[in-house]
Design a protein around this ligand. Sequence first.
Ligand SMILES: Cc1cc2nc3c(=O)[nH]c(=O)nc-3n(C[C@H](O)[C@H](O)[C@H](O)COP(=O)(O)OP(=O)(O)OC[C@H]3O[C@@H](n4cnc5c(N)ncnc54)[C@H](O)[C@@H]3O)c2cc1C
Length: 448
Amino acid sequence: MLRTRRIGLTTRSDRKSSVAIVGGGASGTILAAQLARRGIESVVIEGRGRAGRGIAYSTTEPAHLLNVRAEGMSAWAGEPDHFVKRFERDGGERRGFAERRLFGRYLREILDEAVASGGAEVIERTAVRADRDRGRWRIGLGDGSSVEAQALVLAVGNQEPEPLSAFAGAGHRFIRNPWGDDARAAVAELAATGEAALLVGTGLTMVDLVLSLEAAGHRGKIIALSRRGLIPRSHADFEPAPIRSSDLPANLRALFRWLRRRSAEVGWRAAVDSLRPHSQPLWRGLSRDEQRTFLRHVRPWWDVHRHRIAPDVAVTVARLIGEGRLEVLAARIVGAREREHGLEVDFRRRGGSAVQSGTFGYAFSCIGPLHSITRTKDLLLRNLLDSGQVRPDRLGIGLEVEGTARVGEHLWAMGPLTKGRYWEIIAVPDIRDQAGAVADDIERELSR
Ligand SMILES: Cc1cc2nc3c(=O)[nH]c(=O)nc-3n(C[C@H](O)[C@H](O)[C@H](O)COP(=O)(O)OP(=O)(O)OC[C@H]3O[C@@H](n4cnc5c(N)ncnc54)[C@H](O)[C@@H]3O)c2cc1C
């Protein structure tokens, strides 16, 4: 028999309605807090024990820093110093880059406050399906129990990357999930043996792993490779050069020319950041072909300039490159084989035809999240997609969204699931605005 937790309209006069939020990362946490402030009760369903932290902020490593200054990381749009005040109490500075685990603690406190106020409840289970039943959502959980709620919000974050086919025969020496226990164990083993590490992908995940290896005492060689070999640039102070949206061209080619020209005038950091307030409408104004062109050709360049790393982190990366311990290559993996003495990997450098080989203790996938939403392994998303209750967006990278974040009847999605519509919707400043808008939507809809 199914055990059902019914949370709908409560008898308490200060509660108006109730919401099930699947995913307890930054998106789910900030939304639960927003709803609690409005007197709307929610239940946060978190499947991997990361309630209040999610993937980004459950790291325990001091070396992993935020890539946004503390002053930009408040969970509340109307209280810009909310995080800074707590960070300063811990000896941090407003324009500094906090440890991600501290930010995780901050988010967890926010969730705990919502729970303590009676506005939220956390259920540590995986949601595996969701169905409409007599005007309510019934969310099936992995243990066979279920939750009923009037509204459902999908805040399940980025999806696990696809397996890399070149590593099909690589056995346990290829680490698919750079955030899991296997990755931590592999880092410790590499530190002990001094064997070389291969990092496939050269973005922020690669940087995290380099820092983990360094902090663990690994002194062997690290090779990081991606098709273009671009690595994230460093934050630095600059004079902002804001622009009006009317100054911006509307098509991708002209926009790119504008950015080059503007970078020459005011510096690339000021030029890139001046687009930030306009990036969502700019993205929505592009045609589907332009959006595809951006994803295929411009994105690697955009990512490394837009999502910059803390200066201290950049110094470490530069030092390791200078010492010859970290080598960043523009190359493609051709094949990989597990051997008794390690993982043998063949790769071809960009523009070259010769195949090079190297032997590594472990290779880590740092390629970033899954690109195609229809290939998700998340059971809940699979169920909703297969049953036609949600649809992929026109690029197939997230869900089709109406209005702010609505993806179905009394159904909303947040964060990375809405990137097809907004593109820039992954960082906390964007997520907190979206959480406010979704909470407004829910409040309006459930009080009808
Ligand atoms: C390594 C890293 C560093 C980052 N650093 C910064 C930064 O410094 N500043 C910044 O602004 N942004 C940063 N970001 C971006 C951004 O803050 C995160 O992407 C953001 O935290 C996304 O939060 P989320 O809640 O949408 O997703 P997630 O953090 O992925 O959380 C989703 C949660 O949903 C749970 N879940 C998934 N499916 C189910 C299911 N079926 N049932 C139950 N639970 C489920 C997962 O266990 C997970 O805990 C970083 C991102 C990463 C990956």
